[in-house]
Design a binder for this molecule. Structure first.
Ligand SMILES: Nc1ncnc2c1ncn2[C@@H]1O[C@H](COP(=O)(O)OP(=O)(O)OP(=O)(O)O)[C@@H](O)[C@H]1O
Ligand SMILES: [Mg+2]
Length: 313
């Protein structure tokens, strides 16, 4: 079953179309990444899905409920981490009191609430900080507390807007691990906004790329990565002659690009199965001593840049 089905969703702010007739489906249990540069329309999409904004056209079904017809039900089954997640916390109330307050708002039974709060704070490594005012927590801990708040009523679907932005690499990794273990433990569906490719690549099983309000590409992370196989990057290390290696490489018509990087040359080769031996032979025949000719793992970054530049369709 698909947990989020977006059909023709459109949001305009005056002349600006922030979200432009987007179509997306998020399968149950997936961790779906919506990837795009600043101003692409990611946050607007999440605000539409969590019913904070009303679309001008189109609609979406979240967990089977229409965002226009059944906004109350949509709110009940979703947990939201808004763009400035930690601004949704009461800064002078303790971590525990914040969750208690929101737990009461969500109508979680009073006899169950303390157990749930303890479970979540422990899970997020925050139990020892439970009496600290939210405003005095570190950014990473505040973000985790905001995540606890989003998870408190055990929503089926989590809508997270840039959950690791503003976090240092260690804290970001910890939040990623938490999301992955939550997905595994509670079988929740995650819809995550990010402009960080590496993050999406590590965490999400499916991604869509959005720019100027339009979805440029979507699919399974693996599949999208394999689209890059048509051309591939290779790193070449040689004894001494880097400049010669560079000019020989550039002269080949199947070499899409060749760049010098510190002690090696990075080349992008079309149809590599056929052509990389040709390049190797050309280098050897010109007396170049190759130390290494290694395939570089393709990253989504290559794809992303291609897509944003209009290269891949
Ligand atoms: N309430 C609003 N009123 C007017 N314009 C808005 C409003 N909210 C968003 N926009 C505009 O809509 C476009 C999309 O904004 P949105 O916040 O969805 O982008 P984003 O992909 O989340 O970007 P970022 O990575 O910077 O968070 C931007 O041009 C933004 O300026
Ligand atoms: Mg945003």
């Amino acid at each position: 079953m698909d947990e989020v089905i977006i059909s023709g969703l459109t949001k305009r702010f005056d002349d600006l179309t922030a979200v432009d007739h987007i179509e997306l489906t998020v399968p149950e249990g997936s961790i779906y990444g919506l990837l795009g540069p600043n101003g692409a329309g990611k946050s607007t999409t999440i605000r539409l899905l969590c019913t904070l904004l009303r679309p001008n056209e189109g609609t979406a079904k979240v967990g089977g409920y229409d965002i226009i017809e059944s906004p109350v039900q949509v709110r009940e089954i979703t947990g939201v981490l808004p763009e400035e997640g930690n601004h949704t916390l009461y800064q002078t109330m303790s971590a525990y009191e914040n969750l208690e307050y929101f737990g009461n708002l969500y109508g979680i039974p009073r006899d169950e609430l303390p157990t749930r709060i303890e479970e979540l704070l422990t899970f997020m490594d925050l139990w020892e900080r439970k009496d600290d005012p939210a405003g005095e927590l570190s950014t990473g801990n505040r973000q985790r507390l905001a995540l606890c708040r989003a998870l408190l009523h055990r929503p089926k679907i989590l809508l997270l807007d840039e959950p690791t932005s503003a976090l240092d690499p260690v804290a970001a990794k910890r939040v990623r691990e938490l999301i992955l273990s939550l997905a595994e433990k509670y079988k929740q569906t995650f819809f995550i906004n990010s402009h960080n490719l590496a993050e999406v690549q590590r965490m999400c099983d499916r991604i869509a790329i959005i720019d100027e309000g339009q979805i440029l590409l979507s699919g399974a992370t693996q599949e999208l990565r394999s689209r890059l196989q048509a051309s591939q990057n290779f790193r070449i290390r040689v004894v001494d002659d880097l400049e010669n290696t560079l000019s020989i490489s550039k002269a080949m018509n199947f070499v899409k690009s060749a760049e010098r990087e510190a002690d090696s040359i990075l080349v992008t080769i079309d149809d590599p199965l056929k052509n990389n031996t040709t390049l190797m032979q050309a280098l050897i025949s010109k007396g170049i001593h190759i130390i290494e000719f290694a395939e570089e793992e393709a990253t989504l970054e290559d794809l992303y840049l291609d897509v944003i530049k209009g290269g891949v369709k």
